[in-house]
Write a new protein. Structure first.
Length: 298
């Protein structure tokens, strides 16, 4: 679970940087074009799912392999297929509906897809580990953040850096309160207030919202819809530094599953955020899954 020694990390880091420079020069230089990609289902036309200059799928996987060694992963993350041209229809998960919810944002734990992909989502914003940002950018692992303002307001710059790497910043309320205990108006203050804050601080109004603790009622979804929320992804598995917890009885991943984890460090976990990513990717990759960008499927 731990990092490799500094000398080894540094050696892989130099090689990784050289490969990325070469890849970007090949793909984006003014005198040439990107090499042909044999597998059109692989990630193409962008530097991983987080955006950036275009590189080929082969170059991306070479960079990922070096980054995997640098960050202590036994296997490089698998490349996700191209985003579907036709987005799947998202509906309420059975048993998660609310009364008169047909016109409300759907609550779901899994995206309908046959692609062998899962989606990584990270909640709240308490831990602001710069090593995590470096790791995710170098490995080109996409993820979606759900932020609570009371935890992120002391360092908006950290999340702006995350956003600049292509990460979508979404709504997890202002103060992480248990919403079903609140009136409609107070729920609306929590949800719509965070919509306004994200738009003000990060320049883009979210369309995704995750209720604290995964708890909601009809008023929650009505309030969320009133200020622009289109969908309410929760989760089917939860990741920690030392284990995965599962919603389903088979304790396994399924195509389209949403994985929850948190911005946490040693104060709360037996490890760091990079340790948590190593645990997640050990499980996901060993089971033959790639991590895809949630927004590409919605």
């Amino acid at each position: 679970m731990g990092h490799r020694v500094a000398g080894t990390r540094g050696r892989y880091g130099v090689a990784l940087a050289a490969l990325l420079v070469a890849a970007l020069g090949t793909a984006c230089g003014s005198t040439g074009s990107a090499p042909a990609v044999k597998d059109k289902k692989a990630e193409t036309g962008r530097s991983g799912a987080q955006g950036g200059p275009a590189v080929s799928a082969q170059q991306l996987q070479q960079a990922r392999a070096l980054a995997a060694k640098k960050w202590g992963l036994a296997q490089a993350p698998l490349a996700a297929p191209a985003a579907p041209k036709t987005k799947p229809e998202i509906t309420f998960r059975k048993g998660f509906e609310v009364e008169d919810g047909d016109e409300l944002p759907p609550v779901f734990t899994t995206v309908p897809t046959e692609d062998k992909v899962v989606f990584l989502t990270i909640d709240d914003g308490a831990e602001k580990d710069p090593e995590f940002l470096k790791m995710m950018q170098e490995l080109k692992i996409p993820y979606t953040a759900f932020l609570s303002d009371y935890l992120v307001r002391d360092n908006y710059a950290y999340f702006k850096e995350m956003q600049s790497a292509g990460v979508s910043l979404n709504n997890h309320t202002l103060n992480h309160r248990y919403l079903p205990a609140l009136s409609y108006e107070k729920q609306r203050q929590e949800i719509c207030g965070m919509q306004d804050t994200i738009q003000k601080e990060f320049g883009k109004r979210p369309t995704l919202f995750r209720p604290p603790y995964g708890n909601y009622n009809q008023d929650t979804l009505r309030a969320a819809k009133s200020c622009g929320v289109k969908a309410v992804p929760i989760w089917n598995a939860e990741a920690f530094t030392d284990r995965m917890d599962w919603r389903e009885e088979d304790k396994d991943l399924h195509p389209g599953d949403i994985i929850l984890t948190h911005f946490r460090g040693r104060e709360d976990w037996k490890g760091t955020m990079p340790d948590m990513i190593r645990q997640v990717m050990k499980t996901v990759t060993a089971k033959g899954y790639a991590v895809a960008r949630l927004e590409d499927y919605l």
